[in-house]
Design a protein around this ligand. Structure first.
Ligand SMILES: [Zn+2]
Ligand SMILES: [Zn+2]
Length: 233
């Protein structure tokens, strides 16, 4: 199943240019099986996402993009606004109690200190230093493909994820309809509820795809299938 895991709409993100209807309609048009709406700090009501799911025929799941001292985190399972996070581990405990999941959003956005320029080899990621970011101890996964990330950031994220016990997701961070589905997460199993979706993310049973650049994570040369027809979930 192909999921868009990171998007913003005008409903909850003043930085976005699309309505929830436009987002989900475009998601269905570009072949997605599911869309996560992740507004900044503001939750989505489950009834509202169910209504969108029914109307457009793909699974819509409400998450949030929460600001923390260690960077922004995509959070699922909580249905109240989350502001002023001081302790990411306390947030982790709340998410665990709710049965949700957490994914580090674009962990290296603007983090030029984690690369160095070599006149022969070009951009060299400082992987050992990047691995020490505390956020990686609090999440179930990390975004390796973010639709707004430049190539050096995609390379750094992938190299770091290779060395962590968590998997890498893809999400467009779409703020307009043109970007919907640029980066996706491909689940191995078919899911029909948000609880099943959380289980698959928690267990790392997925891979990431950057559809604009034709890149995959893990980059093992295997083109992911959508998982349709393997419904044991
Ligand atoms: Zn962000
Ligand atoms: Zn975002």
């Amino acid at each position: 199943m192909i999921f868009e895991m990171h998007c913003h709409t005008r409903y909850g993100s003043s930085c976005s240019y699309m309505s929830p209807d436009e987002l989900v309609k475009k998601g269905a048009e570009v072949g997605l099986d599911g869309v996560c709406i992740t507004e900044h700090d503001i939750p989505w009501d489950k009834k509202a996402t169910e209504e969108l799911s029914n109307r457009f025929g793909i699974l819509v799941i409400g998450g949030m993009e929460v600001s923390t001292p260690y960077g922004e985190v995509l959070v699922w399972g909580l249905h109240e606004p989350i502001f002023d996070v001081e302790d990411i581990y306390e947030l982790r405990r709340r998410v665990d109690r709710a049965g949700g999941v957490m994914v580090a959003a674009h962990p290296f956005r603007g983090a030029h200190t984690f690369i160095r320029w070599d006149p022969v080899e070009g951009m060299i990621p400082k992987i050992d230093e990047a691995l020490q970011l505390p956020i990686f101890k609090a999440v179930d996964g990390m975004e390796v493909f973010n639709g707004m990330a430049p190539n050096w950031e995609l390379d750094l994220s992938s190299a770091v994820c290779d060395n962590l016990p968590i998997m890498g997701t893809g999400g467009s961070d779409a703020h307009n309809v043109e970007a919907v589905g640029d980066c996706v997460t491909v689940l191995q199993k078919r899911v029909t509820t948000e609880e099943q979706f959380f289980d698959e993310i928690r267990e790392g049973r997925y891979c990431a795809q950057h559809r604009l650049l034709d890149r995959f994570y893990p980059d093992n040369g295997v083109v992911p299938s959508s998982g349709e027809g393997q419904s044991d979930a």
